[in-house]
Ligand binder design. Structure first.
Ligand code: AFP
Length: 335
């Protein structure tokens, strides 16, 4: 590839956003190379600091953040909001867009060679940073992620379906792999961090209890569980073979609204999922209708096959007496 050829080219990418997507993909190639070098390269997983909430920052979190910010400075991005930076930063005074990013999500998996990713969301910019990002998720112009896994892939939506581009190692460019991804509606898999069971609300416990009860229980079928600890890896699996992901609010201090961040995790993932004919809620109500109150604000997140997400919402509607682990047949209702 000469430096002039693009790393991603498709008429499915709106022309006004193409330079931003190109910049994200160009940096992703360098991030993928750094990750692929593993422990032969620079140390990536040691803690180098803390982010705005006191979460540990790994070396690769900061390296990736610096790389994306530098590349996007050359594009029409006015405001850049990152999980790794306290406040949004002004990149291009004349920029037309506001981009939110989790530069490296799943960093607890860096040193164990498990898929990790970059998550991003793009809005039409407004004058100020807060008004550009603290707005309903449905105002996004684009949302997506790059997964650094056995394959490096970009999954993105511009509001007309969810598409997948794979980084071809032979050409060094991203090529279209799927024009319109659709989440399979049936699956036996659920994804939740089961170690938090005692902290969940009753409806979530009841939903998981009924999955665990298997064919002898109210669901009358057996289920399987997955938990990678990497939102992008879970999302990619669910987009590909169906299922449901839950990171609900729970009783732990700081988890009153779950763990995931609305602006640069929940909103773009919800956009990708809904455009693939899935559903994404906070347990009850659509994420796409919600806005963050602060830049790093968290939101409970339940997404996946529509029927499953609707069922979780129905558990939240159950009368108190029905929300118990051993209740026989629940009167599930909702839409
Ligand atoms: P890290 O980036 O700190 O590894 O967090 C990853 C994440 O935000 C998301 O990708 C996972 O789904 C979730 O946290 C895992 O959370 P638990 O460690 O509480 O299971």
């Amino acid at each position: 590839m000469t430096s002039k050829t693009k790393v991603i080219q498709s008429d499915l990418i709106p022309a006004n956003l193409a330079p931003i997507i190109e910049a994200l993909c160009l940096v992703s190639k360098d991030v993928a190379k750094i990750i692929a070098k593993g422990s032969l390269g620079q140390s990536l997983a040691h803690q180098v600091g803390e982010n705005s909430d006191g979460d540990g920052q790994k070396a690769l979190d900061v390296i990736a953040d610096d790389m994306f910010a530098a590349a996007l400075k050359e594009t029409s991005v006015r405001w850049y909001a990152s999980e790794e930076q306290e406040d949004a930063i002004l990149l291009n005074e004349a920029g037309k867009y506001a981009l939110a990013i989790d530069p490296l999500d799943g960093s607890s998996n860096i040193d164990v060679n498990v898929s990790i990713g970059t998550i991003f969301s793009i809005y039409e910019t407004k004058e100020g940073a807060e008004e550009s990002f603290l707005r309903p998720a449905k105002e996004q112009l684009a949302g997506g992620y790059i997964v650094y896994g056995p394959a490096t892939a970009l999954v993105v939506t511009f509001g007309n379906g969810t598409m997948q581009f794979v980084l071809d190692p032979d050409t060094g460019a991203y090529a279209l792999a799927e024009k319109a991804m659709e989440i399979p509606q049936t699956s036996k898999e659920f994804a939740i961090n089961a170690s938090n069971y005692r902290h969940w609300t009753k409806p979530v416990r009841a939903y998981i209890d009924d999955c665990l009860a298997g064919v002898e229980g109210p669901r009358e079928k057996n289920f399987n569980m997955r938990w990678v600890g990497s939102l992008v890896a879970e999302t990619h699996r669910i987009l590909t073979r169906g299922g449901i992901f839950l990171y609900p609010r729970d009783g732990r201090k700081g988890y009153e609204n779950g763990r995931l961040r609305m602006v640069y995790e929940c909103a773009p993932i919800a956009f990708v999922i809904e455009q693939a004919k899935g559903r994404a809620t906070d347990g009850s109500d659509p994420i796409m209708n919600q806005a963050a109150e602060t830049l790093h604000g968290r939101a409970p997140l339940v997404f996946g096959s529509a029927e499953k997400v609707d069922r979780v919402a129905a558990y939240h509607d159950l009368p108190e007496e029905e929300v118990s682990a051993l209740f026989g047949q629940r009167g599930l209702f909702r839409g």
